[in-house]
Ligand binder design. Structure first.
Ligand SMILES: *Cc1c(COP(=O)(O)O)cnc(C)c1O
Length: 368
């Protein structure tokens, strides 16, 4: 009961099922480079996510980096600073300038109404993030992209399994990136997946994830090593059987948090968006210190003193990172405010109900 509780805990399939799955590897000794488990997982994920094309990669960050490279983007990319380091690093490491746009105060995703004023002749794309699985204003973003002939990439790292208006979330934009890192709702230990409509990207991404090697004597792209191995794929195949159940368990926890905390003064819980099947990946609270009587950092410390470890996702904003500070313009008052006042509470299928209640009691009582 008083063990340390972290913001998330990786889902583990029954050990026997994983062991059974990897037994074949001792027979065929094919550990990576398009192994049979890898290929099976790629097909199954395509079905599960309801997408036309999918490419598996070793992790989400490499996937995002290669998405930008595969689309030949240059110049500037309009993006959000309210995200994980990966999104901004992927832009910068491709030699592109990130142009930071403010976020919407309700969904915390890029504010589509503020994108147009940031477009210049150098803009090549919009890289938006479905923060906590909240769906970006995809209609507006894609209308802008059409008007100005820009590409659209969605960082869908938080969005595994989400459908919007009955479409897989990975069917929007030009390319979508799903992370399957151990801390995400669905994982392959480390892992990434790109989904996209344009089937000419299939061969391009296959090359890019394997050093650009077309055959022994022909290396035709300056690719990287971003291949998923068979042990990762085996974990994914095992976990896929449990993902629906995991999401149901998370929903129950979400419902309990909501019931306990929704009428608390100064604590703002995000309402679910209409028309989406959500994955309950995170439980963020916005703390209004004037009304709540304690600020976000104080609440975080109070929980930590009680062995509960929430996270300030996302603080600092990526444009305020030491490696980027004062290098790029970052006029984003709403993102700054949210980043200073947001706290993400523990959320995972196996989080015990008593612990959810205990966390809620601490948030309600505010007693040290
Ligand atoms: C987790 C995450 C990533 C990176 O994914 P990895 O699989 O850990 O490389 C990128 N963007 C966001 C928003 C994330 O949360």
């Amino acid at each position: 009961m008083n063990d340390r509780i972290f913001v998330t805990k990786s889902f583990m399939p029954p050990m026997e099922e994983y062991v059974e799955m990897i037994k074949s590897l001792w027979q065929n000794v094919w550990l990576t480079n398009n192994g049979s488990l890898h290929n099976e997982l790629e097909i199954k994920l395509k079905e599960y996510l309801k997408v036309e094309n999918a490419t598996l990669l070793v992790n989400g960050h490499s996937a995002l980096t290669l998405a930008i490279k595969a689309l030949n983007l240059k110049g500037e990319i309009i993006t959000t600073p309210f995200t994980f380091a990966s999104t901004t690093h992927a832009i910068v490491n491709n030699g592109i300038t990130p142009v930071f746009c403010d976020i919407d105060p309700v969904t915390y995703t890029i504010d589509a109404n503020k994108i147009e004023s940031l477009i210049t002749e150098k803009t090549s794309a919009i890289l938006a993030v479905h923060v906590y699985g909240n769906v970006c204003n995809v209609e507006k973003i894609e209308a802008i992209a059409r008007k100005y002939n820009l590409k659209v990439i969605y960082d869908a790292a938080h969005s595994f399994g989400i459908t919007y208006k009955n479409n897989g979330i990975g069917t929007y934009g030009d390319v979508n990136m799903f992370s399957m890192h151990a801390t995400k709702v669905f994982h392959t230990i480390e892992g990434g997946l790109l989904t996209y409509k344009d089937s000419s990207l299939i061969s391009k991404l296959k090359l890019l994830r394997n050093f650009g090697i077309s055959d022994e004597e022909n290396i035709i792209e300056s690719g990287i090593n971003a291949k998923m191995n068979e042990f990762q794929a085996a974990m994914g195949l095992c976990n896929l059987k449990y993902i629906d159940n995991e999401i149901i368990k998370r929903k129950n926890i979400y419902d309990l948090y909501k019931k306990e905390l929704e009428n608390l003064d100064g604590i703002d819980i995000k309402i679910l968006q209409e028309g989406i099947y959500w994955n309950y990946s995170y439980f963020p609270l916005y703390v209004d210190s004037n009304k709540y009587g304690m600020n976000r950092n104080e609440l975080s410390d109070l929980l930590k003193e009680n062995n509960i470890f929430p996270r300030k996702y996302f603080y600092p904003l990526t444009c305020d990172f030491k490696c980027y500070k004062n290098q790029y313009k970052c006029d984003v008052p709403i993102a700054k405010d949210v980043s200073n006042n947001i706290l993400v509470l523990p959320m995972y299928g196996d989080l015990e109900i008593e612990n959810v209640k205990r966390i809620c009691k601490l948030v309600k009582d505010k007693k040290r």
